[in-house]
Ligand binder design. Structure first.
Ligand code: KG4
Ligand code: ZN
Length: 340
């Protein structure tokens, strides 16, 4: 089988990342996977500040590339291609990555491959588990929530997704409402700590057919429940805070599980895969795994470091494009919006 060594770059949100992946036939090996986070730069603002992110990406991307090549023990002249996230994402960050990749491609004469960030997430189960097409992918992160039927390296069908907030965003907002630290997902999960939620919260859009979801009303319901508790108790007792976290987590779980059940029944697929930071949540993961088992399908969840933003997935997706004979040239554009 043809062997390809690909350098990947990712800078579309708040992680500056570079990785080297080797692709032999349908199998991938991660030779290095460097992620430089920006949490401490944004934490004081309660969210990612695009200008700060763009400057940090521009400052750190060369360092990330150097470290990735160094850790992989691969020289730039020995890579077969340079893959880069060309969108969707915060345009300043995407541009920093695309400019760096163009410089490397121009200097070495290696092919440049633009990758859709969502395709990177969606193809990760092939890198980690050698998963075959077609499979159903649920991508749940701070910025995304969608069901994709993945039929080929560039063949995705969007079945549905959130019509407002992504679940990770909802976890982060709920954490803020309850005085818990950021990122909110792990904080809410820890606070819920296997408590059974008793506070009644809505399951938005569950009564409607299809695969669309909504999480912003759920967050508002948590706000109202919190205010009612504070009015009654003159504060938020620790036990009730845990109850609220558990109740919110259960509502999110019920929505994601039921919509997944429907998507699996509707899509002719052979496996159910998840990706995105929210897929780290144990309550959600257990429920999604049960849905797959019930449908008689394998459940595939990449290791957490490959569920969240990284460049190994970009290198892999770039290799999948390259293997089908496709590449870009130095006119490759950075795209803030780029539906699959
Ligand atoms: O994929 P990711 O690292 O970044 C993007 O959004 O692209 O996902 C981050 C999101 C955050 O909103 C974070 O709160 C959420 O994933 N998250 C979790 C958990 N760990 C991270 N949500 C629920 N439970 C968790 N254990
Ligand atoms: Zn992402």
């Amino acid at each position: 089988a043809q062997e390809l060594t690909i350098l990947g770059l990712e800078s579309s949100c708040d992680d500056t990342a570079a990785a080297v992946v080797r692709r032999s036939g349908d199998r991938g090996t991660i030779l290095s996977n460097v992620v430089i986070g920006q949490d401490e730069l944004h934490s004081a603002f309660g969210g990612v500040v695009p200008e700060i992110a763009a400057r940090a990406h521009a400052e750190k991307i060369d360092l990330a590339v150097e470290a990735a090549l160094d850790q992989a023990d691969v020289a730039l002249t020995d890579v077969d291609a340079i893959a880069v996230t060309a969108g969707p994402g915060l345009i300043g960050g995407v541009l920093a990555g695309v400019m760096c990749a163009k410089g490397l491609a121009a200097a070495t004469g290696k092919p440049l491959v633009g990758v859709n960030h969502l395709a990177g997430h969606a193809l990760t189960p092939r890198l980690t588990h050698g998963l075959r097409f077609p499979y159903l992918m649920l991508l749940v992160s701070g910025g995304h929530c969608l069901f994709l039927r993945v039929e080929g390296a560039e063949d995705f069908t969007r079945l549905g997704g959130t019509i407002d907030d992504a679940p990770g965003e909802a976890f982060d907002k709920v954490a803020r409402l309850l005085g818990l630290p950021q990122p909110g997902g792990p904080a809410v999960e820890a606070c819920a700590n296997r408590v059974v939620g008793t506070i009644s919260l809505p399951r938005p859009l569950l009564d409607r057919p299809g695969f669309d979801m909504s999480f912003s009303g759920l967050k508002t319901a948590v706000l109202r429940a919190r205010d009612a508790i504070v009015a009654e108790h003159g504060g938020l007792p620790v036990a009730l805070r845990a109850d609220l976290c558990a109740s919110f987590q259960a509502a999110t779980r019920d929505v994601l599980a039921e919509k997944s059940r429907r998507a699996l029944a509707a899509a002719p697929v052979t496996a159910f895969a998840v990706a995105g930071g929210v897929a780290a949540n144990r309550t959600l993961r257990t429920a999604l795994e049960a849905v797959a088992t019930e449908a008689g399908m394998p459940f595939v969840a990449p290791p957490l470091a490959l569920c969240t933003d990284n460049a190994a997935m970009i290198a892999w997706a770039g290799g999948e494009r390259l293997a089908t004979g496709q590449a870009d040239d130095l006119t490759l554009a950075a795209r803030p919006r780029w539906p699959l």
